[in-house]
Design a protein around this ligand. Sequence first.
Ligand SMILES: [Zn+2]
Ligand SMILES: [Zn+2]
Length: 169
Amino acid sequence: MWLSCQEIFEVSGASKKFSFAADFSENPVSATVAFRGPVQIDGEVANRAGIVTLDYTARFTMSLCCDRCLKPFSRDESFHFTHGLVTALEHDADDAYFLVIPDMRVDLAETAWTDILLELPAKVLCREDCKGLCPVCGQDWNLGGCSCDKKEIDPRWKALDGFFSSSDE
Ligand SMILES: [Zn+2]
Ligand SMILES: [Zn+2]
């Protein structure tokens, strides 16, 4: 959705609210991260003493896969973003805060997509203290322990163990 901001730029004190749903469900973020359903975007563009800002909240549900136990799950997210709108950058500001819009129009879907991707955590966990899977039998340790002896190390690692300790001194 294109948001025309020309009348906001021209009138100090002017503001305009907007609300729309963006559909990113066709574009998975990665193999294990995707949007489930539409992204609800509500916000306002306002001119305060000649400074034009874009403020909005993006609410959506993500389909995720835990990096530790591989369990698929979904999570509701709500992010708030603010941008300064300018028709040209005066300095070489390498800053995601400013959106340069020479034609005074904002592509809201494109802006939200970029903003949300920067905000998503690099590591996905189903919960902070996810215990993960047993590397030996694959048991989900969140559901209970397994009978594998955790001190029992694969013989290949044992060989490496000796290698590392002997190279110490
Ligand atoms: Zn997990
Ligand atoms: Zn096990």
